[in-house]
Design a protein around this ligand. Structure first.
Ligand code: CA
Length: 243
């Protein structure tokens, strides 16, 4: 892991001018190399709110091969991130839910987990997507069962607001952080994400390809241009030769 971090740091130095977008990413995971079963205990993922762990599986995933996270009722997991991630930050992920009576909850923040969250949103049993503006929830989009949706959340830790994009369409603009007591003033930076459903009503939801980084992340979740990939692979090869 240390080697990887060092390599990434090196690559950012080398690629700073030519491939700046790459450097903006500070967490990227497709879960394809995780072990099947409990995600808790892998890559610093942990259970949250005294719930059971979500699962890694290969039944439903983005792409033809690989794995994703399966979120079911009474499961909730979180991951914390080191470093200072303030100013403008983004989270990009893909999610797909099936029919069921449970609600898929998402929280992103930097204060107390759950109630001190910054951006708070969910997918309800009828597949509508809701987001909180402060403490007031409202429907912002209509999802479809059994289809991947792309979520991109852009958080402004100075203004303490966030924008929410569903499948590239902005569905929430400058929604207030939830924050402790709904004041929204207690999240200095992005330090964790967590999701799940802490109730017994049935839930089947998948999450894949989580990416987090500095800035708006406009290209997150989009296929990279072939030329950029080639350039990256070539540069990567040179970096490895030097190390
Ligand atoms: Ca995957």
């Amino acid at each position: 892991m240390m080697m990887l971090k060092r390599s990434l740091a090196f690559s950012c130095v080398f690629l700073f001018l030519g491939f700046n977008a790459f450097c903006d990413v500070w967490y990227s995971e497709n879960f394809d190399n995780f072990k099947d079963g409990d995600i808790a205990g892998q890559d610093e993922w942990k259970t949250a709110m005294n719930q059971k762990t979500c699962q890694i599986g290969s039944k439903v995933k983005r792409g033809d091969t690989g794995k994703s996270i399966l979120v079911t009722e009474n499961t909730m997991v979180t991951r914390s991130f080191e470093g200072t991630h303030d100013g403008i930050q983004y989270v990009s992920l893909f999610t797909q839910r099936e029919k069921g009576a449970g609600t898929m909850l998402f929280y992103i923040g930097g204060d107390a987990i759950k109630w001190g969250g910054a951006a708070v949103f969910n997918i309800q049993p009828n597949a509508t997507i809701h987001a909180l503006d402060g403490t007031a929830g409202q429907q912002v989009a209509q999802g479809k069962f059994g289809e991947w949706h792309h979520f991109r959340i852009v958080l402004d830790f100075k203004e303490r607001t966030y924008d929410f994009y569903v499948d590239d369409e902005e569905v929430a603009d400058d929604f207030g952080f939830r924050g402790e007591g709904g004041k929204g003033g207690v999240n200095p930076e992005l330090s964790w994400i967590f999701f799940g459903w802490d109730h017994p009503e049935a839930l089947t939801t998948y999450i894949d390809d989580i990416e987090m980084g500095d800035g708006e992340g406009e290209t997150a979740g989009k296929p990279q241009a072939v030329s950029a990939s080639d350039k990256l692979a070539t540069t990567w090869g040179r970096i490895k030769q030097r190390l």
